[in-house]
Ligand binder design. Sequence first.
Ligand code: TRP
Ligand code: SF4
Length: 405
Amino acid sequence: MNSVVSANNRVLSGMRPTGRLHLGHYHGVLKNWVEMQHEYDCFFFVADWHALTTHYEDPRIIEASVWDLVIDWLAAGVNPSTATMFFQSHVPEHAELHLLLSMMTPLGWLERVPSFKDQQEKLKERDLSTYGFLGYPLLQSADILIYRAGVVPVGEDQVAHVELTREIARRFNFLYGREPDFEEKAEAAVKKMGKKNAKLFRSLQNKYQEQGDKEALNVARELIVGQQNITIADRERLLGYVEGGGKVILPEPQSLLTKASKMPGLDGQKMSKSYNNTISLRDNLEEIDQKLRTMPTDPARVRRTDPGDPAKCPVWQLHEVYSSDKLQQQIIEGCQSAEIGCLDCKSHIIEAIHAELEPMRERVKIYEESPELVRNIINEGGEKARDEARRTLDEVTHVMGLDYK
Ligand code: TRP
Ligand code: SF4
């Protein structure tokens, strides 16, 4: 396990509400969330303000998507008694931290984030030369830092945003983490750990600072985080002190790269709304059936008796996701010898996807029938998130000297 993960068990991730979720989201993101919720303190949120940066001209899609998004999360198995789920706009502290961070963020840092130019070029039909869109990754930094999250599960395209967040945190800590009496306070905090631990702390600190021993740094962090009788402020001082820096007010998050999900779409390309090749989490048996039946196969199999090659067939890629080794073997042989027809071959996939989605569709029904339940989950999650966010913001305003009353 990596050091920052063990030092900070908080996970944060968000999704933009811009339409229906499909199997690509499920295999690429949601399944991962569902697994993480048992191991980490998870915060999952609907990034409605982020959606506004690209959809400010037609915000209705946001309103139409926010509840469906949460219902899909719940249906996929995100558990409200384990994970905290909420709407970004229910926690205005995100916006307040975003504003404060914007004061110390060099313009060049934002202009250089790859998604800034990429998206502007990709979404040509939208005018994205706005202040809000430039600030997109900084708002994301605020989302992460306001919960002092240690881990951010993201796809490849978001890694640069987490990297920016780390730079922002470093800059913030550098600017505002240096209390005038930092050394004395840190030394006092070392003593509070007790003789034995203090001695261990100093030897680890030396090993790291003098020999660059990363393992010593990890052990020191674990030691600090494991202390029961020091204050949060002291813990932050010690985390900074062990590295030779100031107090860590905003910890640097790690991105946790989701294993590149190879969820293929109906045409063999990656499943994506923009390729129009998706199976929605809410598709019923007829819809799944219809989509699979019309899926292209190896073009060499014109007649039922023509042998085929799974390597040239998008249906095969679905077998790689869904079928056992044994069945895969049978498919390869049956296809190459023309013993099986494409419809037989597809029927296994139809069944597998149906089996995967059916329980989700049933849970969707339960939640759709009781919108109050979903509203309560979101309201409770929002309150919990706000408490956490408020705590960070109080400290941020304190170290910036803005808490005059
Ligand atoms: N930008 C992310 C996306 O498009 C959504 C998001 C917003 C996010 N804030 C976040 C993801 C914070 C992780 C952490 O997918
Ligand atoms: Fe594709 Fe299966 Fe038909 Fe072979 S039998 S071409 S793998 S659908």
